[in-house]
Ligand binder design. Sequence first.
Ligand code: PEP
Ligand code: MG
Length: 591
Amino acid sequence: MPDTGIEGERILHGIAVSPGVCRGKILVLTDNRIDAVPRRTLSDEEVPAQIVRLEQAVTETRRQLHEVQKKVNAGMGAKDASIFDAHLLVLEDPTLLDEVARFVDTEKVNIEFAFAQVAEKYAKTLEAIDDEYLRERAADMRDVTERLLQNLLGTYQELDLKHLKENYIIVAHDLSPSRTAMLDKKNVLGFATDVGGKTSHTAIMARSLRIPAVVALGNASTELKDGQYALLDGYHGQIVINPTDQTLFEYGQLVRRHVSLDEKLRDTLDKPAVTLDGVRLTLSANIEQAEDVESVKASGAEGVGLFRTEYLFLNCETLPTEEEQFQAYRAVANALRPAPVIVRTLDLGGDKFMAHRNVSKEMNPFLGYRAIRLCLQEKDIFRAQLRAILRASAEGNIKLMYPMISCLDELMQANALLESCRAELRQEGVPFDGKMDVGAMIEIPSAAITADALARRVQFFSIGTNDLIQYTLAVDRLNEKIAHLYEPTNPSVLRLIKMTADAAHAAGIWVGLCGEMAGDPLMIPLLLGLGVDELSIAPQAVPQIKYLIRRVKMSEAKDIAAAALRSESSQEILDHSQRLVRSVAPSLFEQ
Ligand code: PEP
Ligand code: MG
C-alpha cells in the first residue's frame, strides 16, 4: 500500500468518566509539574527570610485560589466551586507549613526545596492509602502545592485556556481541578488524561459540565501530538486517533441511538412506574446528602427510598449535632414534600468510618461493630439522630428505617428508644409526626428468615441486597478477588427475597429493595415477580428502570420469578431474565 503519510487508526483505552462522544483536534497541555527543585544550603542568617517568603507565597496562592473559585462559582455554580475549599484547607494546614519551617531550620535549605520535599511526602502518603477517594485527594494536594511552589519560584503562569482559538479535545497527564475550571467550556470538546479515576474532581467537573471525558489512558499525553485528529468516546472509555470513515460512521450511529434512547427515557419522566398489565410500582431514589435532592427531582423518582445518613458523619471532625442533622433532614423533606423520604439511621462501621473517631480495628468489620449494633451501644449518638428525624417529620413525609437488623431483640430495643425520644419531645412541646412509619432493612439472612416476626413490629421493609448478598454467600462485597462469587441471581438470595416479600404481605406491610441490584435492568422482572413493591436506586438509573418497568408485564415477571425459584443455577436465571429484558426493551442494549 502506498505511504500516504497519514498514520492509521489507533485506539487508546482508559476509563469512561463522563458520557458522550466528540471528535476534533487534540491539544496537549504540557505538564506544568516541576520535576527538580534545586537544593541550596543556607547560612543561619538566611533562614528567617525563607519563612517570610513562604508566608508571602501562601498569601498569593490563597488569593489566586479565591479568584479561580469566584470564576467557577459564576460559571459553574457553588457545588463545583466548593472543590476549591479543599484546596484552601491545604493552605491552612499548620502541620504541613510547620513541618516545612522545621525542615528549613534543621537542614538549612532553601524554602522551595523544603516545601517540595514535605509536600511530596504528604501526597505520597495519601496516594498509598487503600481508598479511592483519599487517593484522589492526593491530586488535590499536588494541585495546590504545585501552584504554591510555582509562586515561590516565580514561575507561575496562568495558562490562557480561556482564549482557545478553536475547539479542542484537551489531553493532559492529569488535569488539575483549577486548570479544568479555567477552561472555557465552549472551546472544549472533551477531556482525556493519563491518570485519574471515577471520583477524581476533574471527572466530577466533566460530568457536571456535560463534557465527555476519559481518564487512566496511560501515556496519552506523551504519545499524542497537538493537531492530531481524534474521536473521544466517553461511553466506553477510549480515544481513537485518526478514526477511519467506517469508525466515524459507526460512532455516528451510536450517537443517534443514544439521542433517541435519551428522548424515550425523557418521555417517561412524569409518567408512573406501571407495568404493561397495569401493576403500579413505586420508584424512589437513593441519596447520600441533602444536596442530592436536585438530582432526585430531575430523575422522575417518587421520593427517597434510602437516605444514607452516615455521609453527614464521615467528613467531619466532630459528630453532627441534633440541630445540624435536623436541618439536613428537614431540607430534604421540605424539598420533596409530599413525596416520602426514608431516612436510614446511622450505618457506620463495615467500610464507613469517621476519620476523627478512634475505633478499634476489627478482624471482620462487616461482621462487627456496625450500624444498629453501634447505635444501640452508643445511645447518645442514636438518640440525637432519632430526635432529629422525629423533629423533621413534622415538616414533611419522613419515614425512618433501621439498618442491619439481625434479630427481633435489636428491633425491639431500637423501637423502645424511639418511643422514649417521642415521649421526651412530647414533654418538651416539640412537634413531630406521631404516625411516622418505621421500617427495618432486611440485609442479613437471619432477618429474612425471621421476617414474619419483624413484620409485625414495623410498617415496611427495605431489602438491602448489597449486604444480603455478601452475608448470604459469605462474599466480602469489597474484595475484587472473589467478585465472581458475588451473584445477585444466586437461588439462595432470590429465595430470601421471596421469603421477605411473602412475610411482609402476610402482615399487611409493603416491601422495598434499595441495593444496587434494583438499578440493574436485568434484575427487574425477577424482583417484580418476587413481590417487591418499591425499588430505590441511584437517581441516574431511574429513567431507564422506569422505561423498562413500563415495558414488562407482571404476568411475565411472575413466570420468570417462579422459574427462578425452581432453578438450581444462577447463570440459568440470569440468562432467562436477560432474554426477557432484551426482548421487551432492546434499545437499552444497543449502546
Ligand atoms: C444494602 O446493603 O443493600 C444497602 C442499600 O445499604 P448499604 O449499601 O449502604 O450497605
Ligand atoms: Mg447495607
